[in-house]
Design a protein around this ligand. Structure first.
Ligand code: SF4
Length: 462
């Protein structure tokens, strides 16, 4: 598996990993690869398929412009975004990678191709750099989910090439991982750690994992105290902070003594993250932005409610194990809503969280597999139909539900004996085939499902 835990968990910016993070990275990469910026007199960005259909709601336009300016998702200050964009639009000028100025307006230089799709993936982009001598440099990129990007032809070329780093426990399926675990008497998080140590030192790995958890924790904390309305025009009010405050005001009253309050808190953690994401805040892609709330919510549940003895070690095992499940889903199916629907985003995040929780609580490899399998199985067929192309409805609540399902899946697996009917590999393949059979309108186009019916109802009400 030529993937690292830090490919799955990336610190970035909302609202979408495939429609915001990926396009920002692609735009910057295009200019870095094109070179010749001293001779540049213009630049164009063309967006295709799902990027064109839901790009406005997912801030793809802003992401592309920021990427052309040289910004990166991990380093950009979310609070400075609007000022930077307003300044560029007002001047009608873009500073390519912060250096070479070229004329640029969104109306003329950013082109939405809603009726066309590029051949390799529904999220296609074509960038054109115009040079002083009249020649053009042109390249195509794809945002393939979870903030991953590929240049045209690159995924096939990569697949044909040998893995760039040799790891001690190579795996392509869960069956491989289980067999390796049995052969060497090792747990899944132990093997994942060993694989990461082929890329970096133990200190670097632990510091990186701790940083991921810190950003996740800060994101929950910020979301739990931030009220107001989310951007985008749907007038969706943030709920996590109000409900969190209410839960604490009610402390000691009968209302707060209900046994399901712990699950209510987990739901709010997940919603807090996804409200931050919808507002363009700092989040960790896990494995996508639309599904970014589930893993942090279940991790905080683990850290606060499960009373772990070695909390730091448990959190690292959690993240390593989650990453293993995300890698399998990405390699053997997809984590892109535009490719397989929401089963590949919220479904995969649920499976990752469930497996991570089992690992952190010391469950066997078989129980880890069982939890992940349950997590995906009960999201099979789930479509992606965000209203108004915004990562808000159903996405925010859906993360709350996904987090609860992950805990239930982990609990079922931990209390079982590890034997189960459906293997994780089978359920991942089922997800892939279901996604392939799913009508395009249910795959992050906002042309079907809730996205259409709610708008129809609202119009009828008017
Ligand atoms: S419906 Fe699911 S896949 Fe689609 S944007 Fe929302 S979270 Fe992502």
């Amino acid at each position: 598996m030529d993937m690292s835990v830090f490919d799955l968990f990336k610190i970035g910016i909302g609202p979408s990993s495939s429609h915001t993070v990926g396009p920002m990275v692609a735009a910057r990469r295009f200019l870095l690869e094109a070179g010749a910026l001293d001779d540049a007199v213009g630049v164009e960005a063309h967006l295709y398929g799902s990027l064109a259909l839901t790009g406005i709601g997912h801030a793809t336009d802003k992401a592309v412009i920021l990427g052309l300016m040289g910004e990166t998702p991990q380093d950009i200050d979310p609070d400075a975004v609007e000022d930077k964009l307003a300044e560029a639009e007002l001047d009608g000028v873009l500073k390519l990678l912060g250096t070479q100025e070229v004329p640029f307006t969104q109306r003329e230089n950013l082109v939405w191709h809603k009726a066309s799709t590029l051949p390799e993936h529904p999220n296609g982009m074509r960038f054109v750099l115009k040079l002083r001598d009249g020649s053009l440099i042109e390249r195509v990129y794809y945002s393939v989910g979870g903030g991953f990007i590929t240049a045209a032809g690159e995924s096939q070329a990569r697949a044909a090439a040998a893995p760039s780093i040799e790891v001690p426990f190579p795996f392509s399926t869960m069956a491989d991982l289980l067999a390796l675990g049995q052969q060497h008497g090792l747990s899944i998080p132990h093997m994942l750690r060993a694989n990461e140590l082929a890329r970096m030192s133990g200190d670097e790995l632990d510091a990186g994992l701790d940083r991921i958890w810190n950003v996740m924790r800060d994101c929950i904390a910020h979301g739990l105290v931030t009220e107001g309305q989310l951007p985008g025009g749907l007038n969706v009010k943030r709920r996590a902070a109000r409900l969190w405050k209410q839960a604490h005001c009610d402390a000691g009253t009968r209302l707060n003594e209900l046994p399901h309050d712990a699950t209510h808190h987990v739901t709010l953690y997940a919603m807090a993250v996804n409200e931050e994401n919808a507002a363009g805040g700092r989040v960790v892609t896990a494995p996508t932005n639309g599904a970014a709330g589930i893993i942090p919510a279940v991790l905080r549940y683990y850290a606060e409610d499960c009373r772990p003895i070695d909390q730091a070690g448990g959190i690292r095992d959690f993240l390593l194990t989650s990453a293993a499940i995300g890698m399998l889903c990405k390699k053997n199916a997809s984590i892109s809503g535009a490719e397989v629907g929401c089963q590949g985003e919220v479904g995969v995040a649920c499976a990752m969280a469930a497996a991570g929780l089992v690992a952190a609580l010391g469950g066997s490899n078989e129980r880890i597999e069982n939890a992940a399998e349950i997590g995906i199985e009960h999201h099979l067929g789930m479509t992606c139909d965000p209203i108004g192309g915004l990562v808000q409805i159903p996405c925010i609540e859906r993360n709350g539900m996904g987090a609860i399902k992950a805990i239930t899946a982990a609990s079922l697996a931990l209390k079982g004996d590890g034997t189960h009917f459906v293997s994780l590999d089978n359920v991942i393949e089922t997800m892939r085939q279901t996604g392939a059979d799913m009508q395009v309108k249910y795959k992050e186009t906002s042309l079907g499902g809730l996205a259409v019916h709610v708008i129809t109802v609202n119009h009828a009400a008017c």
